[in-house]
Design a protein around this ligand. Structure first.
Ligand code: NAD
Length: 494
């Protein structure tokens, strides 16, 4: 008899403590907070509420470990071996990590198994493999000097991550930060602390010295701020909202001028030209691009910008695909769309739907909370037509399953609409004309350009945004720029 994911989830022991110096500990205050399953609305477990004292302890340990050299000064090939073992262990624990992620986030178990855990492990593996393949530089000086340009770990990295891809966002920071030899203190989002705590235990089991990777669950304005303000944190890597990203820039200015790297929000324009070669594929991508992960994706293709001559026909295709993507129990392997992460966020998304209606956009499907009998926070995939780019639903990041359809007449208008946003994380373009694809992608202000696809890329491609979508890049060797100092050493040979 096969055991259902629901039964397996019920048998799991849920981690709920702070992880410092290789050990699970309670919060110094003894405080805990309820961790709620968004699929059912029920409390799953209590999690230690880290605060200033716990952050201080974690940073102190990370500093001691860094200075001891047990990680920062070992041979790159030894760091590689441990990180690859860590990635292997993650895959050995794939089902456990996937269940923790689904229980915490409300995302479909099939996605956690197929995407979140393997992509996270792959990120650790990729950066692990890079450890002994990245060379330093010798400067092209004249004969009287010898100049080396070398990368060094920065020291103590604090990472503060969001709730939509808790494991993946953690690994996007952790992989390059550890590969470079740093020590890390991570604060997961208060909605989704489980996978990060378990991950830290697996890292130690893989051979990462104790104290190199510490996890302090807790709330943003307390534990998050304490990391941002800490005088002994050298660099803060953040993924989350622009609003909080700006706070981290302030914290840095008010404390030790720590480097701050921001991966913030987006309002991805998905531009479909009438000469798109495969409108069916584009329609599928348009629906998946906004409804995948319940629309809780920084690169969600939330603005569908379609050429006016094909808009009606194209929207019908998108509506057809949407019918197949209705929300369901996140633990059911057939579910393709799960629950919103928490009640507060669900209400925020529902509010935006009301705003869209009052702004005069035409609701074509969804627009309401569903599956109330499950007790969780489900919203039907929602599509608005006749949206103007100036409307709030087209300008503000909703971070839910809400699509805004906007039309354009020609390429200039498409570019103007797409760029009329405070964000610049990603943009998609659908056309069969290669000149148009290259020309327009050069004009779009986005860190990630996807031509005839949504969310293309792998670990070899950097990820990050223009404008208020942030700075710096995750993934690829460019990620190392965030977690290394560059030392220029001049040898006078005269
Ligand atoms: P959020 O900004 O509310 O929270 C992110 C993290 O910051 C959490 O750990 C939270 O506890 C902490 N935080 C909150 N308030 C704080 C404060 N006052 N001081 C210090 N820390 C604080 O974001 P969220 O709601 O968890 O996630 C959604 C946002 O994340 C969206 O805007 C989304 O676009 C963005 N995101 C961006 C990317 C990317 O790579 N660009 C990826 C995923 C999510």
């Amino acid at each position: 008899m096969t055991i259902s994911y629901k039964d397996r989830a019920a048998q799991l022991s849920l981690p709920g403590q702070i992880f410092i110096n290789g050990k699970r500990v309670d919060a110094a205050s003894g405080k805990v907070f309820d961790n709620i399953n968004p699929g059912t609305g029920q409390v799953m477990n209590q999690v230690a509420e880290g605060d200033l004292e716990d952050v201080n302890r974690a940073v102190e340990n990370a500093r001691q470990t860094f200075e001891s050299g047990v990680w920062s000064e070992i041979a790159p090939k030894d760091r590689k071996r441990i990180l690859i073992r860590f990635a292997d262990l993650m895959m050995e624990h794939k089902e456990e990590l996937a269940l923790l992620e689904t229980l915490d986030v409300g995302k479909p178990i099939s996605d956690s198994l197929a995407v979140d855990v393997p992509s996270s492990a792959n990120c650790i593996r990729w950066h692990g493999e890079a450890c002994d393949k990245v060379y330093d530089e010798v400067a092209p000086t004249g004969p009287g000097a010898f100049g080396t340009i070398t990368r060094e770990p920065i020291g103590v990295i604090a990472a503060v991550v969001p709730w939509n891809f808790p494991l993946l966002m953690t690994c996007w920071k952790l992989g390059p930060a550890l590969a470079a030899g740093n020590s890390v203190v991570l604060k997961p989002a208060e909605q989704t602390p489980l996978s990060a705590i378990r991950l830290a235990e697996l890292a130690v089991e893989a051979g990462l010295p104790e104290g190199v990777f510490n996890v302090v669950p807790g709330f943003g304005p307390t534990a998050g701020k304490a990391l941002g303000m800490h005088m002994d944190v050298d660099c803060l890597a953040f993924t989350g909202s622009g609003e909080v990203g700006k706070l981290f820039l302030q914290y840095s200015g008010q404390s030790n001028m720590k480097r701050v790297w921001l991966e913030c929000g987006g309002k991805t324009p998905n531009v479909v030209f009438a000469d798109c070669l495969d409108l069916k594929k584009a329609a599928e991508a348009a629906a998946i691009g906004i409804f995948y992960n319940q629309g809780e994706v920084c690169t969600a293709a939330s603005r569908l910008i379609v050429q006016d001559t094909i808009k009606d026909q194209f929207l019908e295709e998108v509506l057809k695909v949407t019918e197949t993507m209705q929300p369901g129990d996140p633990l059911d392997p057939d579910t393709t769309m799960g629950a919103m992460v928490e009640e507060k966020h669900m209400n925020r998304v529902l509010e935006y739907i009301e705003i869209g209606k009052s702004e005069g956009a035409k609701l074509r499907c969804g627009g309401e909370r569903v599956l109330l009998n499950q007790g969780g926070y489900y919203i039907a995939p929602t599509i608005f037509d006749q949206v103007k780019n100036s409307m709030r639903i087209a300008q503000e990041e909703i971070f839910g399953p809400v699509l805004s359809t906007i039309t354009f007449k020609d390429a200039d208008e498409a570019v103007a609409i797409a760029n009329d946003s405070i964000y610049g994380l990603a943009a998609c373009l659908w056309t069969g004309d290669v000149n148009k694809a290259i020309g327009i992608s050069r004009r779009l202000k986005a860190g990630n350009m996807w031509i005839n696809c949504w969310d293309g890329g792998d670990m070899t491609m950097p990820f990050g945004g223009y404008k208020q979508s942030g700075n710096g890049r995750d993934k690829s060797l460019h990620a190392l720029d965030k977690y290394t100092e560059i030392k220029a050493t001049w040898f006078d040979l005269s």
